[in-house]
Ligand binder design. Structure first.
Ligand SMILES: Cc1ncc(COP(=O)(O)O)c(C=O)c1O
Length: 373
């Protein structure tokens, strides 16, 4: 899932959490640590003024959308990426016909999402700026929500152009950094691209495994929260804030992104080398610290299933992507490739005619859902 950039059970993060428990972990009022975390995150993101906290990424995205809709006064949202399981997002896949084939994001079934939300959320493709412009013009878009980068880097000035479009049209621009934040750098990936949103959402790596997510935003937009109702009992629970502060302290000191980017690039290169050795064309994608590969073959999903099946027998939970963390030592990576190589050899035989299905102990895995980014 990707939260543990510092590895599982980080001693400093766990110690901070353990120390907090004896003092009580929850009261009606916000914990001081929550204020400290807000200040810390706003310092790291100078364009932001205010913060709100939640416990899951989908929840934080729902909060951001509520605030953005309240601030813009417009319902319609343009999205590019994955933003959680909530109704506002799955509404993308509601269609008048209700047929699965008409899904705009294949693989995400919106059964149970009210039809009334049909037409409120619209997807656009990453790097298709003209497509977004048409959407904005046709659908009275009030909010653009997107992942800064997932599988492919922005082409040309894609992000800058979106920033200008949003500013010109009074649209609230939200970067969903649940996955990309604190993985490639100290804060949102957008800092690396020099483009500031109006709001940003963080999750996953922020608490190194403890449940804490954040919504940052500019003051005039965040203040719209006062005109609606957003509240939850466990948002004042302080273990998340404490874990996040400890995580940020460790990250600031150890700068884990330097190491995990190098490891991720190394893994990607070795996938290519292994593919070349066994004459298996592969494609790789993603940010270096969250890299993945696919076989350029119609049997890709069956091969992925084979890898999962065989690697489990060797003690590796591995399919075709990796969330790199600081605990991925050279030995672990060497052992991983030693275990992976015979599977590539078998796949080469399958490409030559051996029946892959005979090699599988169960059904072929699902493809997940198609991303537009
Ligand atoms: C970009 C992005 N946004 C939102 C989410 C949802 O977060 P959660 O699973 O914590 O609800 C994810 C999770 O994978 C994500 O990658």
């Amino acid at each position: 899932m990707g939260p543990n950039v510092l590895g599982y059970a980080h001693p400093k993060v766990d110690e901070a959490v353990r120390n907090s428990i004896g003092d009580g972990n929850l009261s009606t009022l916000n914990a001081p640590e929550e204020v400290a975390l807000a200040e810390r995150l706003v310092d790291l993101h100078p364009w932001a003024d205010m913060a709100r906290f939640a416990r899951t990424g989908g929840e934080a995205n729902a909060i951001a959308i509520r605030i953005a809709r309240a601030a813009s006064g417009r319902d319609n949202v343009a999205i590019c990426g994955y933003h959680g399981w909530h109704d506002w997002y799955l509404a993308t896949n509601l269609s008048d016909t209700g047929k699965l084939d008409d899904h705009l994001l294949p693989g995400l079934d919106p059964t149970g999402v009210p039809q009334n939300l049909n037409g409120s959320t619209h997807p656009f493709r990453y790097n298709d700026f003209e497509g977004l412009v048409s959407l904005v013009e046709e659908k009275d878009i009030g909010t653009i929500k997107m992942e800064v980068m997932r599988n492919q880097p922005p082409k040309g000035l894609f992000l800058q152009k979106i920033r200008k479009l949003a500013t010109d049209r009074g649209i609230v621009l939200i970067f969903d950094e649940c996955t990309s934040g604190f993985r490639q750098n100290f804060g949102g990936l957008h800092l690396n691209f020099g483009v500031s949103p109006d709001m940003a959402v963080f999750g996953k790596a922020l608490g190194n495994g403890y449940a804490v997510t954040a919504v940052l935003g500019k003051r005039d937009i965040m203040q719209a929260a006062q005109s609606t109702f957003i509240s939850s009992t466990f948002w004042t629970e302080r273990i998340g804030s404490i874990a996040a502060l400890a995580t940020l302290d460790v990250m600031e000191e150890e700068k884990p992104w330097d190491g995990i980017i190098a490891v991720g690039n190394g893994i990607t290169q070795r996938w290519h080398e292994l593919g070349a050795k066994y004459k298996l064309p592969i494609s790789t994608s993603g940010i270096p610290s969250l890299s993945s590969f696919t076989f350029n073959s119609p049997n890709n999903l069956a091969y992925k299933t084979l890898i999962t099946q065989q690697m489990l027998t060797q003690g590796f939970l591995a399919a075709s992507s990796v969330y790199v963390c600081t605990e991925h030592t050279q030995k672990i990576i060497d052992d991983y490739f030693a275990a992976l190589e015979p599977i590539f050899a078998l796949i080469q035989e399958c490409e030559g005619g051996r029946d892959i299905i005979d090699e599988l102990n169960g059904p072929v895995c699902h493809s997940g859902f198609s991303r537009l980014n």
